[in-house]
Every structure is written in structure tokens, then in C-alpha cells.
Design a protein around this ligand. Structure first.
Ligand code: NAI
Ligand code: MG
Length: 501
């Protein structure tokens, strides 16, 4: 077993050795004709577990459970009691933080600190944030000008905010614990039920959290958790006639498939997709701070995150100094297992993903970029790639245009100080998820922010994530927003009620 050389806590070891099935109606059930799927440790490439991937029949069962639960005891719970259940789950996550982190590192490869911050600080905090909203979902009272029936009569019109119904949530492998919290929080706060299809590469943390959800006391059928191949289990969920809404996080290509699949019953769709976010450094920026920010912006989770700042724009006046400091900083990033406390760059999720990333690096070389740091696969085993900086890139290069989802930063030099021209370059992408501007001039900062077409633009920092701050994409980065007050809206529907008094 790959985990043998790593010291894991007893709870983690026990969990790994147990069967990993499907959670339907609060019971762990065997698949009906689904797939057996291996789970690997990406730091070693060795198998650590196997699990059952859902068949179409399993998806039917899970959706039926969620549908029945929608009008069961769950619907009779008060908003405050829904909030308490979310708090309970968050508390259980705190109590099991060590196991959650070990599973994240083992199954995804991320550094331990990223597991701690994402899955045991952010994720439970996000659940608590949503728990607070459960009691604050309000309709309106509406003064109308045309009373129904009798124009001289009196009327009262108000709106009810109702749960949208059965949610099919589909999440990727890049941060399993926090991705699960992002789907559970708003769905449960609003009173929906859900079938969560986790990523077939990284089901372990999600299955563990699903056990905690049962322990927390959510009624049967409210939270159903299945894994399975995207083309099979994911597609069955996206196509299902009895699912009211899909909440999807993943690639833009699959996002488009989800939209097509939604046509059958016109289910609602929210999408958190890819990105190619710009980091724009103006000549008056604090260079040391900008270098210190640009490195994690590009390389956090080995670049396997949707808001990664992978297009770095450097003004000509500071370009060379910046490149020197950037190269030194990136060159010092340690590549290694997430269990090594000094490693910042963990493995990529799979050999397939590694080959894909190396293909982008080769293409960058062939198209004339200068690979000034990294550029190679590394490590005796596992799916590691060196953190890589491609300098002197141009707008048409593949590495500049496409989401690499690996530790590859492309750098471009710009000469102008015309903000419209700078923004035109920054916006020259099909994506619009995140972005940052680095300058000490407050008016340059705000004028550039206005011109950048992205759901989230930061000044002198990149991609600050907080439960209260809306997050989501423009253009092909997605539909809708998660987090914050806005994050609840995709899970609600409005009913207008007119009364003739
Ligand atoms: P993916 O988009 O195929 O997988 C994400 C989730 O969607 C998984 O749970 C998967 O099982 C499911 N899925 C796949 N095909 C589906 C379908 N036809 N219907 C319903 N669900 C489906 O991502 P993949 O293939 O793992 O990664 C490929 C590339 O996608 C990455 O290199 C990266 O560029 C991008 N990606 C972007 C993410 C983001 O958050 N921006 C997350 C994951 C991948
Ligand atoms: Mg795919």
C-alpha cells in the first residue's frame, strides 16, 4: 500500500480499508451494475483504495431518494433547525480535521497546509456561514398598482422564496473537501435536497464527510453522495428528468455538455468553470510584494485551481527586475509529497494530467517562448512537474490561450500605460473568472478594475476567497455566483402570491 511509509492516524487507516460505496438514503449501498474504480496516491502513483462508481440505475435510486426527502421530515424542519444541522456537520469536521487533511493529501496530493486551510478551516466556516443564512431567506411585500379582480379594491402581494428542489451537484478533484462544502452549504441552507457526484479520482474525503453528514443527523435522502465516471454517472445526473438544478464545477468543455443535457427538462444550471486569469503589474507596483503574490497566484495547488493567475503581464520598466526575482522565487519552490511540510508544489492529479501539462510546455517551447524556470517532469515516482515559467510569450501561443491546470506561468511584457490598451490585453481570453492588478496608485487600480472583465478582480492581492464574497465567472468561466448572499439565489425559486382583501 502506498500509504505504508506515511504515518497516518488510526481513523484514516481504518477508513481506507473499509469499502467505499454509495450513500443513498443515509445508507451505504452497493452499486447496481456500476464500475469498480481505483483510487491512487498521485505522489506515488500507487493504488490506495478502490471504490464503486454509480451506474444509471444508481443515479435513479439516488435521485428518487432526494425527491422523496424533499417533502419528508426535512421540509418540516424550521430554518433554525436546518442551520443547526449545518453547524453540527461543521463541528464534526473540526473534530475529524486530522483525518480529513490526511485523506486530502493522500488522495489529491495537495500540501498539508492547503488541506488544512481549505478543508478544515474554509469548508466548515463556509457551512457555518450558510447556516446563518437559513433563517434570513426573505421574500418581499409588494405594493401593486392594479389590485386583482377589483381595481377599487385592496390587495396584498408578497413573494415566497422556496427551495428549487432536487439539486444534482457535480464537483472536480482539485479540492474535494472545500468543493463539497460549496455545494452542501447553499443547497441545505435553502431547504433543497441533493445528489452529489464527486470526482472519480478523489472520492475519499467526500465519502468521509458524507459519513459525518449522516452522523450530524440530516434526514435520509437529504444528502446523497455518489462517485462514478463523468460520462456515465455525471451524465446520468445531468440528464435526469427528475433533477431540478445542476450545480457544476469543472472544465468549460463539460460545462457545455451540462447545458445541453439540461434541455430535456429545462433544469436550472449554475457553472463554475475554467479560467486564465491575468495578473497585471504596473510600473509603480511594490515589486517585492507583487512577486510574493504572483507566485502563489500561479502555483497554488500546483496551478490546479480555476482562479490561478496564469497570465502575468509585466510593464517593460519593471520587467527584467521582476523576472529576476520571480525566477529566484519559483526556483526555490520545493516539489514533493504533500506530507513534506516544506513542499509547496505537490503532484498533479494523474499521469494523464501530467502529460497534458508537459504537452503545453513543449508547445510553448516550439512556439518560441523561453522556459526560464522548470519545464520538466520530476520525481522518481508520482505525477510531479517542476514549477515552470514561460517568458516572452505572445498572445497566440497555446500556453497563453488555454487553461493548463498545472504549474505553468506565462509572462508577457507590455510597453503602454494606456489603461484601455492594458485591459484589452488582459481581457483577450475566453475566460473571465479572476484577475489582479498591482500598483500603488489608487486611481490606476480602480480604473483598471473597472476595465477587467472578470467576476473577481483584486488589487495588490490575487483571488482572496471568503465565504461572504461572491465568486464566479464571466464569459466562458461560468454562469452564476457562489459564496455570499448571491450564492443562495441559484437554489431558490420565487413564488408571487396575490390576495384580494
Ligand atoms: P472534468 O470537467 O471532466 O471533471 C469535473 C467533474 O465533472 C468530475 O466529477 C467528472 O466526473 C464530471 N464529468 C465529466 N464529464 C461529465 C459529463 N459528460 N457529464 C457530467 N459530468 C461529467 O475535468 P477533468 O477531465 O478531470 O479535467 C480536465 C481539465 O478540465 C483540466 O485540465 C482543467 O483544465 C479543467 N478543469 C477545471 C476545473 C476548474 O475548477 N476550473 C476543475 C477540473 C478540471
Ligand atoms: Mg473530463
Amino acid at each position: 500500500m502506498a500509504a505504508a511509509s506515511i504515518h497516518l492516524n488510526a481513523g484514516t487507516k481504518r477508513f481506507l480499508d473499509e469499502p467505499h460505496r454509495l450513500l443513498i438514503n443515509n445508507e451505504w449501498v452497493a452499486t447496481d451494475g456500476g464500475d469498480t474504480i481505483a483510487v491512487n496516491d498521485p505522489a506515488t502513483g500507487l493504488q490506495i483504495a478502490e471504490h464503486e462508481g454509480a451506474s444509471e440505475a444508481d443515479v435513479d435510486r439516488a435521485v428518487a431518494a432526494a425527491r422523496a426527502a424533499l417533502t419528508g421530515p426535512w421540509s418540516k424542519l424550521s430554518p433554525a433547525d436546518r442551520g443547526k444541522l449545518l453547524w453540527k456537520l461543521a463541528d464534526l469536521m473540526d473534530q475529524n480535521a486530522a483525518t480529513i487533511c490526511e485523506l486530502e493529501v493522500l488522495n489529491n496530493g495537495m500540501p498539508m497546509i492547503a488541506a488544512q486551510l481549505g478543508s478544515t478551516v474554509f469548508a466548515p466556516d463556509y457551512l457555518r456561514y450558510c447556516a446563518g443564512w437559513a433563517t434570513k431567506i426573505l421574500g418581499d411585500t409588494i405594493p401593486t398598482s392594479r389590485p386583482p379582480m377589483d381595481p377599487d379594491g385592496e390587495s396584498l402581494v408578497y413573494t415566497l422564496k422556496e427551495p428549487i428542489g432536487v439539486v444534482g451537484a457535480i464537483i472536480p478533484w482539485n479540492h474535494p473537501g472545500s468543493m463539497m462544502a460549496l455545494k452542501l452549504g447553499p443547497a441545505l441552507a435553502t431547504g433543497c435536497t441533493l445528489v452529489l457526484k464527486v470526482a472519480e479520482l478523489t472520492p475519499l474525503t467526500n465519502f468521509f464527510m458524507a459519513r459525518l453528514a449522516v452522523e450530524a443527523g440530516f434526514p435520509p435522502g437529504v444528502i446523497n453522495v455518489i462517485s462514478g465516471y463523468g460520462e456515465r454517472a455525471g451524465a446520468a445526473l445531468a440528464n435526469h428528468p427528475d433533477v431540478d438544478k445542476i450545480a457544476f464545477t469543472g472544465s468549460t468543455a463539460v460545462g457545455k455538455e451540462i447545458i445541453k443535457a439540461s434541455a430535456g427538462n429545462l433544469k436550472r444550471v449554475s457553472l463554475e468553470l475554467g479560467g486564465k486569469s491575468p495578473v497585471v503589474v504596473m510600473p509603480d507596483a511594490n515589486i517585492d510584494k507583487a512577486v510574493a503574490g504572483a507566485i502563489p497566484a500561479a502555483f497554488f495547488l500546483s496551478g490546479q485551481n480555476c482562479m490561478a493567475g496564469t497570465r502575468l503581464f509585466l510593464h517593460a520598466r519593471i520587467h527584467d527586475e521582476f523576472i529576476d526575482k520571480l525566477s529566484a522565487g519559483v526556483g526555490m519552490l520545493k516539489v514533493g509529497s504533500g506530507f513534506d511540510p516544506e513542499a509547496f508544489i505537490g503532484p498533479l492529479i494523474s499521469e494523464r494530467q501530467r502529460q497534458r501539462v508537459l504537452g503545453y510546455i513543449d508547445a510553448a517551447r516550439a512556439e518560441g517562448a523561453d522556459i526560464i524556470v522548470g519545464g520538466q517532469a520530476t520525481g522518481e515516482r508520482g505525477y510531479f512537474v517542476q514549477p515552470t515559467v514561460a517568458a516572452n510569450t505572445t498572445r497566440d501561443m497555446q500556453v497563453v490561450r488555454e487553461e493548463v491546470f498545472g504549474p505553468v506561468l506565462s509572462v508577457r511584457r507590455f510597453e503602454t500605460e494606456d489603461l484601455d490598451a492594458i485591459a484589452a490585453e488582459a481581457n483577450d481570453t475566453i475566460y473571465g473568472l479572476s484577475g489582479s492588478v498591482w500598483t500603488q496608485n489608487i486611481s490606476t487600480a480602480h480604473r483598471l478594475v473597472k476595465r477587467i472583465d472578470a467576476g473577481q478582480v483584486s488589487i495588490n492581492c490575487h483571488a482572496a476567497i471568503d465565504p461572504a464574497t461572491p465568486f464566479g465567472g464571466n464569459k466562458q468561466s461560468g454562469w452564476g455566483r457562489e459564496f455570499g448572499k448571491e450564492g443562495l439565489q441559484p437554489y431558490l425559486k420565487t413564488k408571487a402570491v396575490s390576495i384580494m382583501l
